[in-house]
Design a protein around this ligand. Sequence first.
Ligand SMILES: [Zn+2]
Length: 544
Amino acid sequence: MHHEIQKMREVALVYLDRSGGLQKFVHDCRKYNDSKQSYAVYRFIISINPSDIAELDATLGNYILHNPIQAAQIFQSVCFIAIKTLSLIEQLQTEAQISILLKPTHLPSLPSYVMSFSAFPFDYTSQRFYMSEGIAIAMGTVTKYTQGARFLCTEETCPFSEGFRYIRVHLPGATESATVRNDFVCSMCSSALQEDVKFRVLGDELANKMKIGNHYKIIGIPACVQNGLQATACIEVNSVQLCKPIGPSFVSDNFKHLLSLTSGSCWRFTAILANIFASEVVPPGTYNTLKLAILLSLVQTCEKENADYLDLLIMTSDTLVIDRLLNYSICLLPRGIRHPPSSEIFPSVSKDKHGSGSATIQACSAVLAQGGICYIGDLSSYKKDKLELLQSVIESRTTTVFIPGKKYGEEADHQVTISVQTNFWSFVDVDSASKKHIQRNNFLIGQMDTSLIPSNLLDVFGLLIYNEFPSCQLSSPLVHHILKKAIKPEAMLYKVSQQFRMQDYEEASPHSVYHQILYFHLTSVMKTPCNREIVTSCSVTMNC
Ligand SMILES: [Zn+2]
């Protein structure tokens, strides 16, 4: 075994040299050396490409994948020898003071490397690397942990009352009390050990790399943490990668065919798409304006900060059909969320379920729908405070959660601001709204019944669709509000529109506009997983 270990150390050094890891290591050492500060442990992150290392030496490659904690010790020895031979860190005294974190770039894409928390039995004892992928749906407050600590013997005459004989290092899955406690004893004289606190090294590095609502791929070592009677399965993560959604990279033949058939007209393709869209739930040819708006909103979805959003508000008396249409449409996206009325739309704070009692922020519907659509149902079913919050989120695309320190066992209160990157869809039942209207009977003609939906909330929605359906009764206060806003002489929109002359329209390149619409629709087509037969079933001869 010793011979094998020695050989793996040699290969590890060759790998570090070839992969550029040695250069980075020397650079990290220089930073420690220049700081002149003495630490209990010196921590190094070593990036490992499992394929490369397995090609170089299968034994070491296998050892890293299946015994990562022991494999880290191989690199620990190599690094210690390097530091001593090249005098890289003057302050460093013992090998135990080196802490190595192996960071795999990826794992073999085989089922046995994927961690499933629902699979039984859950393997948390093997201490090997697993990968897992998913969305961050909640986050705790970040607490630092002890990466390494120095302990000294309390008996002054004992040789271990100085030096770096007792170094405690955090291992994957270990709780804080496993790393630092006050009941350790000296192996030489059995006196109590005491921590030399000024040497303690704290860490929290990966927690800050993750944001609630994002999609990540993680690689780490599973562990089971006992907390009183409760056991919690978790993964101690070595590497975190943000996953960018990749849509289908092709446009289906049906759509290409339709595009070629309609190339003679700038509008036909768009009109046909809107006309036949969602024909599984509404008859083709109905609700075309709304369906066009839905398509535009769908293609405006992306996971990008400061993206353009198209929020939809639909005034309707036909709530059953509209609800069905919107539910159908959100299913076309990987992140289309139908908000359940019993829960919160925006992030909320609750106590950690695993016994620590610390604060946990839950993502809730709007953040889970990041880069997609959050369909919140009937707007008039929400209370005033919820509507005010909705308005402020749509305006700022952020929301702030407040964490009272007292309640969650922390010294100070603090607040966390979370970005909300989603398109909101909602509708208002005009019938029930007008019924409430009659009952109240205390508004002036031409004024919105603001207790139902505040007019400034209406204004923040990018698109309001109204009265497309014959059954929909005119609600005069609403129409008055919108029309008044559009023709108000002091309003910016009015001023700009007054400056438009025929020439402006002539100078605008129609082609760029049309191309944009086509692009919109093609993007939508690419994002649509179930575009199958809808083109073949449409009438291409429609008059548009
Ligand atoms: Zn002692």
